[in-house]
Design a protein around this ligand. Structure first.
Ligand SMILES: [Mg+2]
Length: 222
């Protein structure tokens, strides 16, 4: 093994942190944030107006709120959410959740010479924010790089081939950690090794190597 590649939600981090803390925080604050930072984010606002034929700032805000409710993957929304989360982290509204075994295992793997990468559907910007605001501080120095869905969708095997090319490493030397059997399947089809992380004990068995924690995966992936 040379490279370990990690999903975030359900793998390094409780899915509830993202869905019960980050997303509601952005939703609650988006109207105020846009109004208070209208000039700083004028380029993003301008793009939203042009692309959606809306004119006033109130219309922009309603549209953003609707996109949140509909879980739309719009770049401008993601950018604004990222800025709001940054403020929330900076003011100490929350710190990023990581399972207890994550940092010690990542440090061990890093020290034994493995390269560590992240692949998550949240934007690279949001990933970096998360790992720089954990309860143990900034752990971004542990990572060699980050991928989001710009490289491809997580349930498509081509994305894993793209990552392997991008980091210049043969697929069979990469091990992907994920809680999602569909993502595990896609990665397997691209010839990666896979560890199926079963944090909540949802699965009794799996066609992939099933572990409850990174600690359980430590020996397998060394
Ligand atoms: Mg996941």
């Amino acid at each position: 093994m040379k490279v370990l590649l990690f999903d975030i939600e359900g793998t390094t981090t409780d899915i509830n942190f993202v869905h019960h803390i980050l997303f509601p925080y952005a939703k609650k604050n988006i109207a105020t944030y846009v109004k208070e930072n209208e000039s700083q984010i004028s380029e993003i606002i301008q793009k939203i107006k042009e692309n959606n034929s809306v004119h006033s700032i109130d219309e922009v805000i309603s549209l953003l709120e609707r996109w949140i409710d509909e879980d739309k993957k719009v770049k401008e929304l993601k950018d604004i959410q990222g800025l709001i989360w940054k403020e929330g982290y900076a003011t100490g509204e929350y710190t990023a959740h990581l399972y207890d075994d994550v940092i010690p295992c990542l440090e061990n793997w890093k020290n034994s010479g493995l390269d560590l990468f992240i692949y998550s559907s949240g934007s690279v910007q949001a990933q970096k924010l998360l790992f720089s605001h954990t309860s143990s501080g900034d752990i971004t120095p542990l990572f060699n790089g980050y991928f989001d869905t710009k490289i491809g969708a997580k349930k498509e095997s081509q994305s894993y081939t793209n990552i392997s090319k991008e980091i210049n490493c043969e697929p069979n030397l990469i091990t992907f950690f994920t809680d999602s059997p569909q993502e595990a399947q896609a990665a397997t089809e691209a010839n990666l090794n896979v560890i199926h992380v079963n944090r909540d004990g949802l699965y009794n068995d799996s066609k992939f190597t099933l572990v409850k924690s990174f600690e359980d995966a430590r020996l397998i992936s060394e």
